[in-house]
Design a protein around this ligand. Structure first.
Ligand SMILES: [Zn+2]
Length: 71
């Protein structure tokens, strides 16, 4: 893993599938596509605070809405 400069400061890598995607988490002002998404339950969030890519986030939201809590 080289600490090479990222092409874009808004670039992030999905911890699930490894895809790169744009994340506005660190943008000022905060402006990100994920604001349009429903919030995930806290227990579904990545402890490291990393963002998921749109596909994985959507999948996780769908899963969270279907699966009973605590599983
Ligand atoms: Zn992903």
């Amino acid at each position: 893993m080289k600490p090479s400069a990222a092409r874009s400061s808004s670039s992030a890598r999905c911890p699930r599938c490894g895809n790169t995607f744009d994340c506005g988490k660190h943008a000022q002002p905060f402006e990100c596509w994920c604001r349009q998404m429903p919030s995930l339950p806290a227990d579904r969030l990545d402890p490291a605070g990393r963002c998921l890519c749109p596909e994985c986030l959507a999948a996780e939201i769908a899963r969270a809405g279907q699966a009973p809590p605590g599983v």
